[in-house]
Ligand binder design. Structure first.
Ligand code: HSE
Length: 276
């Protein structure tokens, strides 16, 4: 069996730990039942595989795993969410565990700690989520006039380190800032309203603290102020640019060819069984 799992870009500015987009950039998992398992117990794909069996009170079935693809690690593009979703869905299929999408989403969120990457990796598209004992997710369409470009630096940035930069206590005005901007951000993405998107892109919870450590982020925000909404993708180090005009060439110039620039589509399907 072969699975395809999309990269994801979480937060999208004010949607910290809430909103995420599935991108047309993929990991693949070839997995088949076997006499012996060839992944170490600490590999995140296997951790998730084992967790799904444990949820049904079963031992994991031995399997051979071949996991590969194009999502770079520690760049804020959902590489750990892709591992988790791959392992859970593989277990569900090979073990005939009959877990629903909601059960998979809850298990994935439990392993990852927040739903903003795992939900779009499972469902595809633009997804926002709420955790209140269980996870509630809603997928909304993205307007086709918007273009999404990634600026992926060489530098890795661990989520643990990036979360360590955040304050332990918040000012009320910063909480209100994100609460008030997020609904308009979602509306702007749905309607393709770039002016509204620019206004609604403001984040007060994570970008001010992480921004100085993210290569190119502050410079790109300044240089492309009129043309793009620039966000830290997940916990970084990638920047996500949303625009109405192509930016690839300009970004290659601005980063002097030292970062990987990719214009990406939005993946609409989420994790998927494929034949080839
Ligand atoms: N919402 C998470 C964060 C995404 O920004 O820390 C990275 O896992």
């Amino acid at each position: 069996m072969k699975l395809r799992i999309p990269a994801t870009s979480a937060n999208i500015g004010p949607g910290f730990d809430v909103a995420g987009l599935a991108l047309g950039l993929y990991q693949y998992l070839e997995v088949n039942l076997a006499d012996k398992t060839n992944l170490g117990p600490d590999h995140l794909v296997y951790v998730a595989y084992e967790r799904a069996f444990a949820y049904r009170g079963q031992d994991p079935k031995p399997a051979s795993f071949n996991y590969y693809g194009d999502i770079p690690r520690s760049r804020g593009l959902g590489s750990s969410a892709a591992c988790i979703v791959a392992g859970l869905v593989a277990a569900n299929e090979l073990g005939a565990l009959n877990l629903s999408q909601d059960q998979l989403l809850n298990l994935a969120t439990e392993i990852e700690g927040h739903p903003d990457n795992v939900a779009p990796a499972l469902l595809g598209g633009l997804v926002y989520s709420m955790v209140d004992e269980v996870v509630y997710s809603k997928k909304v369409p993205v307007h086709s006039s918007l273009l999404f470009t990634l600026c992926i630096p060489e530098t890795e940035f661990s989520t643990e380190k990036a979360r360590g930069l955040l304050p332990k206590k918040l000012e009320m005005k910063d909480a209100v800032c994100n609460l008030s901007h997020l609904p308009f951000l979602i509306q702007a993405l749905e309607e393709g309203d770039f002016d509204l998107l620019k206004l609604a892109s403001k984040d007060c919870l994570h970008e001010p603290y992480r921004g100085p450590y993210i290569p190119y982020f502050l410079d790109l925000k300044k240089a492309l102020e009129k043309k793009a909404c620039v966000h830290i993708s997940g916990a970084g180090s990638t920047s996500l640019l949303i625009s109405k005009v192509p930016l690839k060439e300009e970004l290659e110039d601005l980063t002097k060819g030292e970062a990987k620039i990719l214009q990406v589509t939005i993946d609409q399907e989420g994790v998927k069984k494929i034949d080839h």
